[in-house]
Design a binder for this molecule. Structure first.
Ligand SMILES: [Zn+2]
Length: 568
């Protein structure tokens, strides 16, 4: 049983601490009372025992948590991890928060890590807490997780699903309309960032939002910000959206689906005459694709632009700044698109998976636990260039042969540490069939959600390079962007109550949400890409999956509106 009782406060990004500390802070911030129905001895927070059936299935280990940050925690939380498999109905039970089990004496820990003691096998705390948090046996009884209020006042119990109603037919029509902008006639889309076709599509989205009565602005990076005002004064907006630019010869779903779905959510609210407590912002980010270096608009919004970013060449060799000018934007003002941390209550993005996991598994919705971190490396090994005909095999110092074990080491490290690793470039000097390679340079990357795994793989690769006599260097490192645990939990609850099959998964590709994670809590939903294909005219997502993803997005939006910034 986890019992958490803490004065409620605003959701805020917490760029510090271990994942356990962050999770605890989230729990405390939300005044949640979470009861895992897995312990035979555990009463519910109303004092009644859990059902015998649930109790029989239980496997319990108690973990006592002491938080190291003085003043942040005044109670002891006791976690139990239980067996999986229980009806989603248990999630909807609402009960008042239970009192703390016993007071905690806060202790300052120089290591900054949470301590734990266990009566059973010690387990990593975050695993245990995650298991409790995500277990279908867990009752989330946060006061507003399962309720929302609209203009008709607060509803009792869970919100009526599908009300306000998302217009799936209109969503698909909007996708068709977007696909006409930049269409080459062969099915491929060329809506490269800041091109006339891209600007046309952006204008069309803005016009649609204006027609619904939203306040539309374009920021100095070209991001469209369409605001539907909320009821409660002073609350930061909940943002939903994605991007409408494409790669060269791209498809019609990458990005466009997320924008069309965000439009559909707001349209449903407007047509239902429903204003949420928070403002809702439909964001259409500029230049997400790599044509301008990648996630340019969301980087600008999150204050992540690098000094020379606009001077770098775009896809066509022309500096990015010139593309901005051609689109009527002032490169000198792009950094003014920056928004402060806390200026958004949260960000939700629906996107096609761009991989084949959901399609292969036949699961219609993916809930993204985090966007992978990406580390890029260089490797070089020096041999001796010599005549390929006269140099005997035993006397060669063939740099390519020396590099071969390193390529295998990249694969082995990725497999060993449950990440992905790729050698993507190979340069052989001098590069003639008649000359033994004298020098080889490789470019590679690793991607993974767990920073410790990336660290271990990096260590393995460094050792492998040393063993070969090569040089190994880190070119760049992007940290993983973990989704906000409570947003993920809300998406899980939403899918379960809607009866929508889902899978928790990482995102192997970068997205705007990865940048926005620096200024706001974020989470993403995926829908399947047929055959895992994207960035191609062959890109396809079943219409029913597009609509299903948008419906989950709308329902989650309603719940999150009630969950964040609770009244009183
Ligand atoms: Zn995209």
């Amino acid at each position: 049983m986890v019992i958490v009782n803490r004065p409620r406060s605003r959701l805020s990004a917490t760029p510090w601490g271990t994942s356990v500390e962050r999770l605890l802070l989230r729990l405390y911030t939300y005044d949640l009372s979470i009861t895992s129905a897995s312990s035979p001895a555990a009463p519910t927070s109303k004092g009644r025992p859990v059902s015998n059936q649930l109790a029989r299935d239980a496997h319990v280990s108690y973990i006592h948590i002491r938080h190291p940050i003085e003043g942040c925690l005044s109670n002891t939380a006791t976690a139990s991890s239980g067996a999986q498999g229980c009806s989603s109905a248990s999630r909807s039970a609402l009960s008042p928060a239970a009192p703390p089990t016993q007071p905690l004496t806060p202790q300052r820990q120089p290591t900054g890590r949470a301590e734990y003691t266990s009566t059973c096998q010690p387990k990593p705390l975050d695993r245990v807490l995650s298991a409790v948090l995500y277990s279908p046996r867990t009752q989330i009884t946060g006061r507003r997780v399962l309720r929302h209020r609209g203009s008709q006042g607060r509803r009792k119990g869970k919100p009526p699903l599908g009300n306000p109603e998302l217009d799936g037919k209109r969503l698909l029509q909007d996708l068709d309309t977007l696909a006409r902008h930049g269409s080459s006639g062969s099915g491929a889309l060329n809506r490269v960032a800041y091109s006339p076709a891209d600007l046309e599509a952006r204008c069309w989205v803005e016009d649609q939002m204006r027609d619904l009565g939203l306040q539309v602005t374009t920021d100095p990076a070209g991001n469209s910000i369409c605001r539907y005002w909320g009821e409660a004064p002073g609350l930061s907006p909940i943002a939903v959206g994605s991007h409408t630019d494409t790669v060269l010869q791209g498809g019609r779903y990458d990005g466009a689906l997320g924008v069309a779905a965000a439009m559909a959510c707001v349209r449903a609210l407007v047509h239902a005459g429903l204003r949420l407590r928070h403002p809702v912002e439909v964001l259409n980010f500029a230049a997400e694709e790599a044509t301008m270096g990648g996630t340019l608009g969301s980087r600008a919004m999150a204050g992540l632009l690098e000094a020379d970013q606009l001077d770098r060449p775009a896809w066509d060799g022309v500096p990015v700044a010139q593309h901005l000018e051609a689109a009527g934007l002032d490169p000198m003002r792009v950094s003014k698109a920056r928004r402060d941390g806390g200026s958004l209550a949260c960000f939700l993005e629906l996107h096609i998976e761009q991989g084949g996991v959901l399609d292969k598994a036949g699961v219609p919705v993916g809930i993204v636990e985090g966007i992978v971190g990406i580390r890029r490396y260089s490797f070089a090994v020096q041999g001796l260039a010599n005549h390929a005909g006269t140099t005997r095999m035993a006397e060669r110092q063939d740099a390519l042969v020396m590099a071969a074990p390193f390529i295998l080491a990249v694969r082995d490290a990725a497999v060993a540490h449950n990440i992905v690793g790729t050698v993507g470039t190979l340069q052989v000097e001098p590069g003639f069939p008649s000359v033994i390679p004298g020098r080889v340079e490789l470019g590679m990357e690793t991607r993974g959600l767990d920073e410790a795994s990336l660290d271990r793989a990096e260590k393995d690769l460094s050792q492998a390079a040393t063993a070969i006599g090569g040089s190994f260097g880190v070119l760049s490192s992007k940290a993983p962007a973990h989704s906000d645990p409570l947003l993920v939990e809300t998406l899980v609850c939403t899918c379960e109550e809607m009866g929508t099959p889902y899978r928790l998964m990482p995102s192997g590709a970068g997205h705007d949400a990865m940048c926005i994670a620096h200024i706001a809590p974020q989470a993403m939903l995926f829908v399947p890409s047929r055959g895992g294909i994207s960035h191609s005219p062959e890109e396809y997502t079943e219409p029913e999956h597009c609509v299903m993803g948008a419906r989950v997005l709308l329902e989650a939006l309603l719940r999150i509106d009630s969950l964040l910034d609770p009244e009183g």
